[in-house]
Design a protein around this ligand. Structure first.
Ligand code: FES
Length: 242
């Protein structure tokens, strides 16, 4: 492979040091075989600039920490190969989330708020018995839950969403997907009417304007618009009755 000289234009800003305005800093790096944006960022930090901030944990598209705008499109740094990118690569932090510094954002607080708002736990009257045998579940139902559980909370669907970028009360595709996960769970005893209180508004299922960026940007290829249609249909039926 003939190696290319890559240029990384990286957003720099430290919210704790607001007297220095945000700017783009260029770095040059020799491309190596199998290089990902994650590898490149580590090399830049090790050999050129130890002050560069970005997040990662797993390096394997599991933890969701390394979401960022890669040439304007939300994606995972650890999963994006530089060989599929042009020679000049621009990296910006994901919008919507609180900026920690440079490419590092706080998705944790956003998702914690989402969990509380959607009450992301099984609601049941059944008393918990630690000695009880595991309950069996229909395989198709388990698969539906598993599909929604594949979300790694990277925030790429939120960063690319026009509604989430203009309204901070919108649950976004990750939130609607989370609600869908509990709706299909036979152990959750919430009624559709109770779900309507959570998601039957413009903050929830009716806030999406259908630009499909969540589907386009999800690194896990979750069927986010399908989940939205599922929740929206249910909520529309309840809405007519309310
Ligand atoms: S480092 Fe975990 S998803 Fe990229």
């Amino acid at each position: 492979m003939s190696s290319r000289k890559l240029t990384f234009n990286i957003f720099r800003y430290d919210p704790n040091n607001p007297e220095i305005a945000p700017y783009m800093q260029p770095y040059s790096l020799e491309e190596t075989e199998g290089m990902t944006i994650f590898v490149a960022l580590n090399q830049i930090r090790e050999s050129q600039d130890p002050s560069l901030k970005f997040d990662f944990v797993c390096r394997a598209a599991i933890c969701g920490s390394c979401g960022m705008l890669i040439n304007g499109k939300p994606g995972l740094a650890c999963r994006t190969l530089t060989k599929n990118m042009p020679q000049v690569i621009t990296l910006m932090p994901l919008p919507v989330f609180k900026l920690i510094g440079d490419l590092s954002v706080d998705t944790g607080s956003w998702f914690r708020h989402l969990s509380l708002k959607t009450e992301s736990w099984i609601h049941t009257e059944k008393e918990f018995n630690p000695n009880a045998q595991e309950e069996r579940m229909d395989n198709n139902e388990a698969l539906k839950i598993y599909e929604a559980e594949r979300c790694i909370e990277c925030g790429c669907c939120i960063g690319g969403c026009a509604t989430a970028n203009t309204r901070d009360d919108f649950l976004g595709a990750a939130g609607i997907n989370r609600v869908a996960r509990f709706m299909v769970d036979p152990r959750d005893e919430r009624s559709d009417k109770e779900y309507y209180e959570v998601v039957g508004s413009h903050e929830g299922a009716f806030g999406c304007i259908g630009l499909m960026a969540c589907d386009d940007n999800c690194p896990m290829e979750l069927p986010l618009q399908m989940q939205l249609s599922f929740v929206r249909r249910k909520m529309a039926l309840i809405g007519f009755k309310v």
